[in-house]
Write a protein that binds this ligand. Structure first.
Ligand SMILES: NC(=O)c1ccc[n+]([C@@H]2O[C@H](COP(=O)([O-])OP(=O)(O)OC[C@H]3O[C@@H](n4cnc5c(N)ncnc54)[C@H](O)[C@@H]3O)[C@@H](O)[C@H]2O)c1
Length: 381
């Protein structure tokens, strides 16, 4: 198959591009490298030494004999170039990772707020509009977030995207599960869902929207093949996920800093499982006139203080509790359905089993690259 991976230079996009290429697909990465620009703007760097995109692709060619194409296009501002790329390449599948993905960054100031909205919403609309204008029949697979649901259960297991309403009249109704964004970033993902609903209803675009949990882990079997293929590992206060920040704190003997009581429950998935899920979604496209397919792409839930205990148990680190810099519930339960992927064969990598290799292979190995000043949260809301 001919596949476009939008945002293919990023944390999820790079290992996915390698996996899809290894399966024998023609892969084209479309990325404007804005994530690397943001690293420079914030004075941060991936803990792992990532090669530039051309070195990565050259190394992959040497290691695998497979070719990956690269197009440097800004999806939110260079519509003409993206449209032309679709017309010339006719991709069968477009995997859309190409958005600003940090909630704290989106809440930093009005500039980062407006950049996130401009980048993510205009980008997503451009992609849908270009598929329509080019006349291709590509399956669009988008990476959304579990955060569109908000973090609470309203007493029920969160379904995969849709909620059935019994209205008491003749017909029942199915609606998108009520959106409940907690940041400008999450707001952009909630709005993405409406674009998909609209383009599916009006132009019969075939779309799968994956509501993904927090992705943990760094390497896949393919990014491990050569150090030039290594995946990125963010640990700073804006882009570092809670688990990555705990791992880096433990590696330098700093106490693990838990916000509030650490009772926040979040959904997680390993990077290897993310890559598998994309393949599964690709193999199961929606029919032409079917509604947008929504999967919850997560495999387990954990409370933040539980994660801290897990990392402390493996590393001997201490735990310290700090005032929470964010407006969020101190304690929440989270029950999520993920039947679709499990039914279609996903075999999850569990945190309790996979975390130790993260400690040894990544955070301890690259400990000398850690800049402790960058770990604390720098955005407050
Ligand atoms: N990492 C996670 O834990 C996580 C969790 C849930 C959902 N997601 C979603 O998965 C997707 C990928 O996340 P990630 O962690 O790989 O992020 P990332 O920032 O590492 O990668 C995103 C890539 O998209 C590119 N990009 C952004 N805007 C672009 C634009 N306008 N034009 C072209 N390229 C652009 C960036 O340069 C970057 O290479 C995001 O949409 C994110 O919201 C990620």
């Amino acid at each position: 198959m001919n596949i476009f991976v939008l945002g293919g230079d990023g944390f999820c996009g790079w290992p996915t591009s390698l996996h899809l290429s290894e399966l024998g697909n023609d892969v084209t990465i479309v990325d404007n490298l804005c994530r690397r620009r943001i690293d420079r703007e914030l004075g941060i760097d991936s803990l792992t030494p990532i090669s530039d995109i051309h070195e990565r692709i050259d190394c992959w060619r040497e290691v695998s004999g497979q070719e990956i194409q690269f197009l440097n296009i800004d999806l939110s501002s260079d519509y003409a170039a993206f449209l032309q790329a679709l017309k010339s390449n006719h991709p069968d599948v477009i995997v859309h990772f190409g958005e600003q993905r940090s909630a704290p960054y989106s809440m930093k100031n009005s500039l980062t707020n407006r950049f996130t909205i401009q980048n993510n919403l205009v980008g997503t609309n451009n992609i849908c509009s270009a598929i329509v204008e080019s006349g291709i029949d590509a399956h669009l697979i988008h990476l959304g977030t579990m955060g569109v649901y908000g973090y609470g259960t309203a007493g029920l297991e969160i379904p995969e995207g849709y909620l059935n309403l019994e209205l008491g009249g003749s017909d029942d109704m199915e609606i998108l599960y009520p959106a409940n964004p907690g940041s400008i970033y999450h707001m952009s993902k909630c709005q993405d869902q409406l674009f998909f609903l609209f383009y599916n209803k009006n132009y019969q675009l075939r779309i799968t929207d994956l509501h993904q949990g927090i992705v943990w882990g760094t390497q896949t079997n393919l990014t491990r093949l050569n150090e030039k293929l290594i995946n990125r590992f963010d640990y700073d206060g804006d882009y570092g996920t809670v688990l990555n920040r705990f791992l880096t704190q433990a590696a330098i003997g700093h106490p693990l800093t838990v916000h509030g009581t650490g009772g926040q429950t979040r959904a997680f998935i390993h990077i290897t499982d993310t890559v598998q899920c994309i393949e599964i979604a690709m193999r199961n496209p929606p029919e032409k006139h079917a509604r947008v397919k929504i999967y919850n792409q997560m495999t387990e839930t954990h409370r933040v203080r539980g994660l801290a205990k897990l990392v402390a148990g493996m590393t001997g680190a201490e735990i310290s509790f700090l005032q929470n810099p964010r407006k969020e519930a101190d304690e929440n339960d989270l029950e999520v359905s993920n039947e679709c992927f499990l039914t279609e064969g996903l075999e999850p990598t569990r945190l309790a089993e996979g975390l130790l290799s993260e400690v040894i292979e990544i955070s301890q190995r690259y400990a000398e690259r850690i800049d402790i000043e960058k770990i604390p949260c720098a955005s407050f809301w």
